[in-house]
Design a binder for this molecule. Structure first.
Ligand SMILES: [Zn+2]
Length: 238
């Protein structure tokens, strides 16, 4: 039996069937001939309920959710080839750091509060640029290994602190690499801009132990990739 629904629809319909939908081959289509049947549920009163996913032409919902689920499964299968610590280092930490720079770059043109010569100061930046929090240098968000980095206030790479967004900020390669992170200036910036409570929370977190499972890491990776893409699109649109 085929039921045609004359509009793309998402939701539930119920129907009375003599038997199960599987043995009767009941399928729901939209008026473009696309299957929008999802899972059938027996209500127990002779009626069956079917969840409709809107079909492919209804841009989103069911079809996109299915695509996202397949993408996640592929990443998860791939993640099983790596130790979790290797997976973090190779796949999750790099995209997290890139996202931090991209989101800082995507902020509208304006000023950034930074440390210049040991004192709190304000520098101008355009959209697409980041300001180094420990010296005030302004560079494009994706200016490469010699340009803008993602600096860590607490340098520890322990899992408990690795993806703490409060612990990271744009920092130029000069400060981050050659200046070994310029801990004194970074601390002053953290206290002045993010506050003592944040600094204390990070210092407590640093000593805690934290394990990641592959599912969590894949979900973090997917979330960071989406935020990175959104930030890049925001910069493109400006
Ligand atoms: Zn710098």
């Amino acid at each position: 039996m085929k039921v045609v629904v004359h509009r793309d629809t998402v939701g539930w319909i119920s129907t009375q069937l003599l038997g199960s939908p599987d043995t009767l081959f009941v399928e729901i289509e939209n008026d473009k001939g696309e299957s929008i049947s999802s899972s059938w549920t027996e209500r127990g009163d002779g009626y069956w309920e079917i969840e409709l996913d809107g079909g492919r032409s209804n841009d989103g919902n069911g079809a996109q959710a299915a695509k996202a689920a397949r993408h996640r499964q592929r990443l998860l299968d791939k993640a099983k080839e790596y130790q979790t610590s290797t997976y973090v280092r190779k796949f999750v930490a790099p995209i997290f750091q890139r996202m931090i720079r991209a989101e800082a770059g995507a902020e509208m043109c304006g000023t950034a509060v930074v440390i210049v010569d040991g004192e709190l100061d304000v520098v101008e930046r355009k959209r697409g640029q980041c300001a180094c929090v420990t010296c005030g240098a302004v560079k494009a968000w994706d200016s490469g290994i010699r340009g803008m980095h993602c600096g860590h206030f607490i340098a520890s790479r322990r899992n408990s602190i690795l993806f703490e967004e409060d612990n990271v900020a744009p920092q130029c390669s000069h400060c981050n690499y050659y200046g070994s992170g310029r801990a004194q200036e970074f601390r002053k910036w953290m206290l002045d801009v993010r506050g003592l409570a944040v600094v204390e929370r990070l210092e407590r977190l640093k000593t805690e132990s934290r394990q990641f499972c592959r599912d969590e890491l894949v979900d973090l990776r997917i979330g960071y990739a989406a935020r990175l893409k959104a930030a890049q699109q925001a910069m493109k649109g400006s």
